[in-house]
Structure formats: structure tokens, C-alpha cells
Design a protein around this ligand. Structure first.
Ligand SMILES: Cc1cc2nc3c(=O)[nH]c(=O)nc-3n(C[C@H](O)[C@H](O)[C@H](O)COP(=O)(O)OP(=O)(O)OC[C@H]3O[C@@H](n4cnc5c(N)ncnc54)[C@H](O)[C@@H]3O)c2cc1C
Length: 392
């Protein structure tokens, strides 16, 4: 959807092939943290989309971190940061973001072909031919494979995922709470190390428009199936959030996170480009999955626009290669960042364990120690380098 909006904004005719039916149910725990840069991209390609998401979402003003029952860091911001109408971030469920994008696509008249599952893709120097499972054939000058982690397009261009998987499982639940909106008085994001209420597991609690995201990190020997059962989750929710929330469980899932990227983001003819989870899968710490997917989409649209207007085939190829160079570099950076967060969280390393303990002790006297504990679960700040030449 992001690619189609970004292509449309650049004056390029585009259509979407979607495997599932129009009335599919996309609810479930997925992205809630949308970076300011993503909101600005969406606002640029479809004026009003970024600000609509800001209005619909919320900015939690307080960051709090606890260590074994004691607060080691808390800070409340007076302003939502960012610039102009776009704050530093917004917290909104992905299903709502997708609904707004769908409306934006309808608004500008991009065709979405539902129940059009891509089955095969073959490219040549001139174009791309796509066949859908219903036997229909499609032809385009360029194709962006944004078909998620199990991407058919990725395998059709002969690209492979490379990387690893998290050691521990994570249990993620969404708890409905219609009172959670911008006017709620106590909106804070809480990270609790070794939380006594979760029998010593790490707990992350984040508000979003309409509810709470609860993330419990399994420890060695845990059976994620058992821990994510409704009965056990109700117990966790009651202990962590209070009895009034036990009946509000919306979704529970358990995950092992993959940390992988495709060995190439483009086909041999430079006509097929991969974006989002078709190109990379990241652990969610630092919220880089959907955010980086939207950056891929915008850059793919930019490269295709230049390529379509190029007077020589070599320049067109070059533009697509530049897309791949930039976004592969960005994915490497994002993988490294999410990997650092994951390693820190899983923290079997005795030095990391000791550093956390020491920082918790020092936090009474030095705010910087508590801030380090608060920051580390999300990986380093900053965004991937943008490489203007592709030569590195
Ligand atoms: C618990 C959790 C929390 C997360 N939190 C965040 C967060 O806070 N911030 C963030 O940025 N990211 C977050 N993410 C990641 C984010 O949800 C994903 O990165 C994002 O949804 C990927 O989008 P995508 O469009 O690449 O793939 P998908 O959302 O998987 O979409 C792929 C689409 O392609 C369709 N499709 C598949 N195969 C075919 C085919 N053969 N033909 C046609 N269509 C096909 C599918 O039906 C689907 O509509 C989180 C993920 C999880 C699981």
C-alpha cells in the first residue's frame, strides 16, 4: 500500500495484487510504534494521511523503567517533539494504520485486485510477467514484491533469506482499553527488568490508542505454549496490570523472532524490487519492521520513477541498483540495531547481567545509569546511513 501511494504521488500508474479477500481480518498484535519519519513520508505521498494517523494515535509522554520492583528511571516530556504537526512518534495499532492507507488508496483511485495471489514472476530486460493463482496473467514494467515474510516474489527472483532466530520466545498480548487516548492522565511506557509480578521475567507495557501492548520475555526452560494460554495470560495480566484488566485480553501470541534479510533485493534484470518483510525480518525492538518497510517502499517508488523516465537502459538499471544498495545497507543497519537490543534482552552474557545490576544500583545517584537501562532494550538510536553513490 505504501509503494502504491508513493508511486501514485510520483505520477506513475500502479495496481496492487493482494492474495487475500477484501473482507479479511487483519487484527492481531503487530506494529504500534510509528516513527515521525514514517509519518512524514506518508504525509508527503498522501497529504493528510500522516496527520490523520497522528490524530488517531497517541504520544505517551512518560518513559519509565523498573528493576526488580524499583523505579530506576522515569522522565516525562512536556511536548511530543518532532516538528510542525508531526510528533516524534505516534502509538497506533497497525490494523488502524492499514485502514487509513486503504482509504487513501481508494481516494486516489489505485486499483486493488483482491484474491489475486501471485504464483509466478518472470522478468526480462523489457518487463515483468506475473501469473496469479487464478490463472490470470499480468504485465508491468516494474514489480515491487511487498508480499511479506513468506514472499513468493522473493523466491521467484531466486533470493534467499540469511540470518538467525532469537533464542527465547516472547509472549505478546493486546489488552483492550477504550479509555486510552491522548487525554488519559497516566500514559507511560514501562519496561520492567526481572519483574516480580511476572516471576522474574522482563515485561514491557506500552499504551496505544485503544489499549495496551504487553510483552513478556520468556526465560530459559519456559514453555511458550503454556505461558501464552488464556488462563496463564489472565493471571499475568491480573498480576501486572490489575484484576480489572483480566477480561480485556484481545490477542495473545508467542514469537521467536527471526533476524534475516534477502541476499539480494532485486532480480537479475533490475525489474523486480523487494520491500518490507519480503526483504527483511527484524525483531521488533526499536520498532524497525513496518517503519523500515515504508522507507523501502518510498525509495522503490522513487527508483522506479527515475528508471521509467530514463533515456538509456543503463541509467534505468543503475537507479534500481542504487535502490538495492541503499536499502540493503539500511536493512543491515536495522538488523544490527535490533540484534543488539535482542542480545541485550536475552542477556546470558555475565558482563551484561552485571552491567544491568550495577546500573540499577547506581541509578539512585546517577540519572545516566537509569537512562542507559531505559534505552538499551530498543537498540541504538539513529537511522540507517543513506548512501548516495552505492559505492561502499
Ligand atoms: C508483535 C509485533 C509487533 C510489531 N511492532 C512493530 C512496531 O511497533 N513498529 C514497526 O515498525 N513494526 C512492528 N512490527 C513489524 C510489522 O508488523 C511488519 O514489519 C509489517 O507488517 C510488515 O509489512 P509488510 O507489508 O512487509 O508485510 P505484511 O504485513 O505481511 O503484508 C504482506 C501482504 O502481502 C500479501 N501476500 C502474501 N503473499 C502474497 C502473494 N503470493 N500474492 C499476493 N499477495 C500476497 C499478504 O496477504 C499481505 O497482505 C511488529 C510485528 C509484530 C509481530
Amino acid at each position: 500500500m505504501s509503494t502504491a501511494l508513493a508511486l501514485h504521488a510520483r505520477g506513475i500508474e500502479t495496481a496492487i495484487l493482494e492474495a487475500e479477500p477484501e473482507d479479511r481480518d487483519r487484527s492481531g498484535s503487530r506494529a504500534i510504534y510509528v516513527h515521525g519519519s514514517t509519518l512524514r513520508t506518508l504525509e508527503r505521498v498522501h497529504p493528510g494521511l500522516g496527520t490523520d494517523l497522528v490524530e488517531e494515535g497517541l504520544v505517551w509522554p512518560t518513559r519509565r523503567t523498573m528493576y526488580r520492583g524499583k523505579t530506576v528511571f522515569d522522565r516525562t516530556y512536556e511536548s511530543p517533539g518532532g516538528s510542525g504537526e508531526i510528533p516524534h512518534f505516534t502509538s497506533i495499532p497497525q490494523v488502524v494504520t492499514e485502514q487509513y492507507m486503504l482509504e487513501a488508496l481508494e481516494d486516489v483511485g489505485v486499483d486493488i485486485h483482491w484474491e489475486a495471489e501471485v504464483d509466478s514472476v518472470s522478468s526480462s530486460a523489457e518487463n515483468v510477467r506475473v501469473q496469479t493463482a487464478d490463472g490470470r496473467e499480468w504485465e508491468a514494467e516494474y514489480v515491487v514484491g511487498a508480499d511479506g515474510g513468506g514472499s513468493t516474489v522473493r523466491s521467484e527472483i531466486g533470493a534467499d533469506f540469511e540470518g538467525d532466530q532469537s533464542e527465547n520466545a516472547f509472549i505478546i498480548a493486546d489488552i483492550a482499553d477504550e479509555r486510552i487516548n491522548d487525554d488519559h492522565p497516566d500514559l507511560e511506557r514501562l519496561f520492567h527488568y526481572d519483574a516480580p509480578e511476572a516471576d522474574g521475567r522482563n515485561v514491557l507495557l506500552v499504551p496505544f490508542a485503544g489499549g495496551w501492548r504487553l510483552d513478556i520475555q520468556c526465560i530459559e526452560g519456559d514453555d511458550p505454549e503454556r505461558l501464552s494460554s488464556t488462563e496463564k495470560m489472565r493471571e499475568f495480566v491480573g498480576d501486572i496490570m490489575g484484576e480489572e484488566y483480566t477480561d480485556r485480553l484481545d490477542w495473545v501470541s508467542s514469537y521467536y523472532f527471526l533476524q534475516v534479510m534477502a541476499d539480494t533485493f532485486i532480480d537479475e534484470h533490475r525489474r523486480v524490487l523487494l520491500a518490507g518483510e519480503a526483504a527483511h525480518l527484524l525483531a521488533p525492538f526499536g520498532a524497525r519492521g513496518m517503519n523500515s518497510g515504508i522507507a523501502d517502499a518510498d525509495e522503490a517508488a522513487s527508483a522506479i520513477t527515475v528508471a521509467l523516465n530514463a533515456r538509456t537502459a543503463a541509467v534505468a538499471r543503475d537507479e534500481v541498483e542504487l535502490f538495492a544498495a541503499r536499502r540493503e545497507k539500511a536493512a543491515e543497519y536495522n538488523l544490527e540495531a535490533a540484534g543488539q537490543a535482542l542480545e541485550y534482552l536475552q542477556g546470558e552474557n555475565p558482563i551484561t547481567i552485571l552491567r544491568k545490576k550495577a546500573a540499577a544500583e547506581l541509578s539512585d545517584h546517577f540519572e545516566v545509569a537509569g537512562e542507559w537501562l531505559d534505552d538499551a532494550p530498543y537498540g541504538p538510536h539513529g537511522s540507517p546511513p543513506i548512501v548516495s553513490t552505492g559505492n561502499y
